[in-house]
Design a protein around this ligand. Structure first.
Ligand SMILES: NC(=O)c1ccc[n+]([C@@H]2O[C@H](COP(=O)([O-])OP(=O)(O)OC[C@H]3O[C@@H](n4cnc5c(N)ncnc54)[C@H](OP(=O)(O)O)[C@@H]3O)[C@@H](O)[C@H]2O)c1
Length: 465
């Protein structure tokens, strides 16, 4: 993709007049088609058209029932269409996909790449489902696929990781990437609200959907963790390989006990490369289509967890997001802020367009390499854990729990019991030292069979760094 006008031989056509200062060659702008003229699409169109001196020219807007969308506020040269084939047949350089969902978005992105157009998308569903395959197709076609807006909206986490940290070898990505969960948990933390009351308020304020399952049960954050893992750790993982646990299990008493431990609770998405990235190249990776199957072990999960009250994650309030990326050379980098909404997300989309404009003509080797397939994926982290019990009080409960934990060689770190609760439903907490999840799960299965529980025990990891 050439930004400056040139002849076949690569030499400028600009005539040189002896003695006179020559004018700079006119720069050909990147032609853009916007597919999806909704919340984000409108903002992208506004930014592109307001910056008339920028390197982009918006030439097409495609949306179903486009007559309902057409506005005279945008330049008259823009071609409005409801037929995606018009975009494919045009000379646009970049297709910006902003319709969302898996189909027809996936079909259109593939067709655009095959037609020799680069693609920018904000579609987390599509990128988490088909990111590596689409990236392979883009690489094969010598085109770009950028998806910076698909995680954390306008916060430049993906572009920061892929471009700003391209020189590092990242081994850990962590974040709070679901604003709904963070709104609910910070509400419970500050006001002592129950989960149900905090969710209701989130729904009234428009921070949560009528059906909040995808947010509170972790699937939305999991899609984003899949994308962050691909972009940052260069590992291909499917959403169904990553365990996710709901924040519905958290009660206001958990914040009381977390505070005693100088901690708070957040929905944490964490992916960590466990083994060295050095690995022999797989035969399958020759064409990049299936990737390297020796990508080391990956630990990844989305779950509520205890984190230190003094940490930046704990200071991530309300609907804010935060992403941290840790590498072998530069250590930990942090991206945070309020990211969602039309304008912030559009900024990420336009920033992706700038990335394409800057790298126009770059060799394919400069594009992100094919991601490897990890040798195994698990949700196990060897960290201390918080165990909360709600029991019918009677003598011998602590001894029974301690005996089972000791049998599985799990060390107790602390025992906390706040006064003021009724003995018929007494909450108390044990913290246990770092142990492997297998031993802990076996111990918890035995503990769950004891007869004094009023509710099932809650087990949360404690992430101290
Ligand atoms: N909004 C945010 O804060 C945010 C943040 C990060 C990422 N994103 C991502 O950005 C993308 C767009 O989000 P949005 O909030 O702008 O969504 P939106 O407001 O619902 O806009 C989607 C637009 O695409 C059109 N569309 C949908 N399906 C279509 C189809 N099959 N054919 C033609 N047009 C179609 C819709 O037309 P109708 O009006 O006729 O339905 C609408 O104009 C999504 O992938 C979303 O996940 C959004």
């Amino acid at each position: 993709m050439a930004l400056s006008r040139s002849t076949k031989s690569g030499k400028s056509k600009r005539p040189v007049t002896k003695g006179a200062k020559s004018a700079p060659a006119p720069v050909r702008k990147l032609k853009i088609a916007l597919v999806g003229f909704g919340t984000v699409g409108r903002s992208v169109a506004k930014i592109l058209c307001e910056d008339a001196r920028g390197p982009f020219l918006l030439t097409h807007i495609c949306n179903r029932n486009v007559h309902k969308k057409k506005t005279s506020e945008l330049p008259a040269h823009i071609k409005w269409t409801s037929n995606f084939d018009d975009v494919l047949a045009s000379d646009v350089d970049v297709v910006v996909e902003l319709i969302g969902g898996l189909e027809p978005a996936g079909k259109w992105v593939r067709e655009a790449l095959r037609a020799g157009k680069s693609v920018v998308t904000a579609n987390k569903l599509l990128v988490s489902e088909s990111g590596p395959e689409l990236a392979d197709l883009a690489r094969k076609m010598g085109k770009h696929l950028e998806f910076g807006a698909s995680v954390a909206g306008g916060i430049p986490a993906i572009i920061g990781i892929q471009e700003g940290l391209a020189g590092d070898h990242l081994y850990k990505i962590a974040g709070i990437v679901n604003g709904t969960c963070n709104f609910i948990l910070t509400k419970m933390e500050k006001d002592g609200a129950s989960f149900d009351a905090a969710l209701k308020e989130a729904q009234q304020l428009g921070f949560a959907e009528a059906d909040p399952s995808a947010d509170v049960d972790g699937m939305d954050a999991r899609s984003k963790l899949v994308i962050l893992t691909q972009a940052g750790l260069r590992l291909r993982v499917r959403a169904d390989q990553i365990p996710c646990r709901s924040i519905r299990l958290i009660e206001s008493v958990d914040f009381t006990y977390a505070r005693e431990l100088d901690c708070t609770i957040r929905q944490i998405s964490l992916a960590q490369r466990i083994e060295s990235r050095e690995s022999p190249k797989s035969k399958d990776s020759k064409d990049g289509a299936r990737g390297n199957v020796h990508g080391g072990r990956l630990a990844a999960a989305v779950q509520p967890a205890l984190i230190p009250s003094s940490s930046l994650m704990a200071h991530t309030q309300g609907s804010q997001n935060i992403v941290t990326a840790t590498g072998e050379y530069a250590g930990r980098m942090i991206f945070s802020g309020y990211g969602a909404g039309g304008d912030p997300t559009a900024v990420a989309v336009v920033s992706d367009l700038y990335a394409i404009a800057r790298s126009a003509g770059a060799p394919p080797e400069a594009m992100p390499g094919a991601a490897e397939v990890p040798s195994s994926v698990s949700g196990d982290f060897t960290v201390p854990h918080y165990l909360r019990f709600i029991v019918r009080d009677r003598p011998g409960i602590v001894a029974a729990l301690a005996a089972i934990l000791a049998k599985h060689e799990i060390g107790i770190d602390a025992l906390l019991q706040k006064p003021g609760f009724v003995p018929s439903a007494l909450p108390f907490v044990m913290t246990v030292e770092a142990c492997d999840s297998g031993s802990l799960n076996r111990a918890l299965a035995e503990i769950a069979r004891l007869d004094f529980h009023v509710k099932a025990p809650l087990c949360l990891p404690i992430f101290l760094d």
